[in-house]
Design a protein around this ligand. Structure first.
Ligand SMILES: NC(=O)c1ccc[n+]([C@@H]2O[C@H](COP(=O)([O-])OP(=O)(O)OC[C@H]3O[C@@H](n4cnc5c(N)ncnc54)[C@H](OP(=O)(O)O)[C@@H]3O)[C@@H](O)[C@H]2O)c1
Length: 308
């Protein structure tokens, strides 16, 4: 793949994927709403092969410009909160469809959509429903699209251990949403970035949906205990019903960087674990890293730098 357009190329996942592509010698276009942020986030990548496009998946013309002449397109855009004209439907359903349609019109060979385990077009949750419908409309507009559903991702700058550790440092009490019984299969963000890179080169990937999970399944309660152990704190763990957590998340969503969103609460209502019936890391020959190996390198250490 010589030219790859990456929507969301400055995000937690997107910037790692962009770095890999650039290192492999691909010409990369980063398509985001805030190109100036892209410049600082991607400084480490080697500028001669990375260009930054100002694009919004809700704006068809900007999408068309970003995909024109590309060999592959990756959509790693995320909207975790609805505000300022951004809705889950406009980004994860209509925006995903726009990217797929424009990629098909431009004759792009490969499209990868990053979705998530649990995406369900029939869900009562507006976030989960938009993710599920997004997958469906992308398949219609670009039948050879590859859909990627990761479980919760960890790595420096994550919203999982990073947020748990931040809350635990601030508060004497930690909420255990839904009693902490939800099962998750956290995956290292670099393993997901590597998986997408391999999919682009794999002739079996078009038309497939992959589910990507880490090497072990944990309950939310176990993950909270791991975070506490790493930062060396003891905290009272208080079970909080989903309905109460959702009210709290709604209030948090008024903050610029909410530590918890209503979409995350909705996702925690069901286990976030690979079904085993879809291809995953094994088919891509990737041995996933254990969180016990990675998380201590950035949680519990003061001032551990987050890579670009
Ligand atoms: N993080 C996880 O644990 C996790 C787990 C499962 C699945 N996922 C999925 O993985 C994907 C990437 O997530 P992430 O955590 O890396 O997201 P993120 O860090 O929030 O990054 C989102 C990226 O999307 C861009 N963006 C947002 N709205 C846009 C729009 N309307 N048009 C164009 N670009 C837009 C952002 O840049 P600008 O703001 O400059 O536009 C940014 O580059 C998402 O689909 C997410 O749902 C994430």
């Amino acid at each position: 793949m010589t030219t790859v357009s990456v929507f969301g190329g400055t995000g937690f996942l997107g910037r790692r994927f962009v770095r890999r592509l650039a290192a492999e010698g691909a010409t990369v276009r980063v398509a985001v709403r805030h190109p100036e942020r892209a410049r600082s986030a991607l400084r480490a990548v080697g500028w001669n092969r990375v260009t930054v496009f100002s694009a919004d998946v809700r704006d068809r013309a900007s999408v068309a410009a970003a995909v024109a002449g590309a060999d592959a397109v990756v959509n790693a855009v995320s909207a975790y909160v609805e505000k300022g004209g951004v809705t889950f439907e406009s980004v994860h359903e209509q925006g995903a469809e726009t990217v797929a349609r424009e990629a098909a019109t431009a004759g792009v060979a490969r499209l990868v959509l990053i979705s998530g385990i649990g995406a369900d077009p029939e869900s009562g949750s507006s976030y989960i429903r938009a993710r599920g419908r997004g997958e469906l409309v992308v398949r219609q507009a670009f039948p050879g699209a590859t859909i990627v559903r990761p479980s919760a991702m960890f790595g420096p700058g994550d919203a999982l251990f990073g947020t748990l550790a931040d809350i635990a440092r601030l508060l004497p009490v930690l909420p255990l949403i839904g009693g902490g019984r939800t099962r998750l299969q956290p995956i290292y963000v670099e393993d997901v970035a590597e998986a997408i890179t391999r999919m682009l080169a794999d002739p079996r990937a078009p038309g497939r949906t992959y589910e990507l999970g880490g090497p072990r399944v944990y309950t939310l309660h176990e993950l909270v205990r791991i975070a506490l152990r790493l930062i060396g704190k003891r905290r009272l763990l208080v079970p909080v019903p989903f309905a109460v957590a959702k009210v709290q998340a709604r209030l948090f969503e008024l903050l610029p960087s909410p530590p918890l969103t209503t979409g995350q609460v909705d996702l925690l209502k069901a286990d976030n674990v690979a079904s085993g019936s879809l291809p995953g890391l094994r088919e891509l020959n990737i041995q996933p890293k254990a969180l016990e190996e990675v998380v201590p390198t950035y949680i519990g250490r003061s001032g551990a730098p987050e890579p670009d």
